[in-house]
Design a protein around this ligand. Structure first.
Ligand SMILES: Nc1nc(=O)c2c([nH]1)NC[C@@H]1CN(c3ccc(C(=O)N[C@@H](CCC(=O)O)C(=O)O)cc3)C=[N+]21
Length: 293
């Protein structure tokens, strides 16, 4: 048997369209500011994509590009300017930041109500406490994809491999909030295979190509592959690369549902960024969360 595909490209397009529709119902235009420091090639591609998709959804997108040697204080000063800018509803500082800049200090400067990445201590705390806030985009996108396969997670077991602040930890909290019984596994987990095989929903967020194989998957399980790893692809020609996940493709022989890489969680991340920006915009205008978002 082969797993059914959880198509992040298709669902992402729907989420982006809904965000665009909701944005139209708000007074004034919704604005997203993206800050890119340095010239990391992958970050440049991501930032271009975010800019293009924000504009396609009818949002205003402001991209601020700063040289890699910008002092931390100047990055913080820009964030503070964006906090005060009425035209800006959401602020995203692209990671990783160049060496010498303390990402935590930059994140701490972001107004939590404009923190569309959900990275500030305030939003992490709101998520932990089950209060309304802004939820990190990749975990949110992972939940939406899992929901295509299992609309109700009540009584299901979920295993999250990886405990990063950006994905693993918030994803485990979201699964738990959705009534799943959650195990958080990581590089030091003993007998990872046995732990993973307990999962109705198996989420891989480690950043190690092919770490999970068919042997880690319970037959019929929902597999959410958050890994985005660029690896050499000599079969495509000299010097060529390709994107692969943390889950080996043959796991699809055992899984019931699986997200592809590319085309799975990645496109959902950008879609949820637009969604968060529209949510932040509505709340900043003192309005209810738009319905159908
Ligand atoms: N402050 C911050 N917030 C982020 O959300 C953030 C970040 N920094 N730094 C880098 C990571 C990575 N990330 C991705 C988003 C979309 C795709 C995506 O759309 N991927 C496509 C393929 C794109 C390609 O071909 O390279 C896919 O999986 O189908 C991938 C990765 C967001 N990140």
């Amino acid at each position: 048997m082969s797993a059914r595909l959880l198509d992040g490209k298709a669902l992402g397009a729907e989420v982006r369209a809904r965000a665009g529709e909701a944005a139209k119902t708000l007074p004034g235009q919704v604005g997203l500011a993206v800050v890119l420091v340095g010239e990391d090639p992958a970050s440049q591609v991501y930032v271009r994509n975010k800019h293009r998709e924000a504009e396609a959804a009818g949002l205003l997108s402001f991209v601020h590009r700063l040289p890699a040697d910008t002092p931390e204080a100047d990055v913080v000063a820009l964030v503070e300017r964006l906090n005060a800018d009425e035209a800006v509803d959401g602020i995203l500082v692209q990671m990783p930041l160049p060496e010498g800049i303390d990402a935590l200090r930059v994140i701490a400067a972001i107004d939590p109500d404009k923190d569309v990445d959900g990275l500030t201590e305030t939003n992490a705390g709101r998520l932990l406490l089950g209060r309304r806030g802004l939820v990190p985009c990749t975990p949110q996108g992972s939940m939406l994809l899992a929901g295509l396969a299992l609309p109700d997670l009540t009584g299901k077991t979920a295993v999250v491999v990886g405990r990063s602040i950006l994905v693993g930890k918030p994803l485990a909290l979201l699964l738990q909030a959705a009534n799943a019984t959650v195990t958080m596994a990581h590089s030091r987990t003993k007998d990872l295979g046995a732990v993973c095989r307990t999962a109705d929903v198996l989420c891989a967020a480690v950043g190690r190509p092919g770490l999970l194989t068919a042997e880690h998957v319970k037959p019929g399980a929902v597999v959410i592959d958050v890994g985005i790893n660029r690896v050499d692809a000599p079969e495509k020609g000299e010097g060529k690369t390709k994107l692969v996940g943390d889950v080996a493709p043959e796991a699809a022989e055992v899984a019931g549902w699986m997200t592809p890489v590319p085309g799975g969680v990645g496109p959902m991340t950008i879609a949820c960024l637009l969604r968060n920006t529209v949510l932040a915009a509505a709340r900043r205008r003192g309005l209810e969360d738009p319905r159908g978002l």
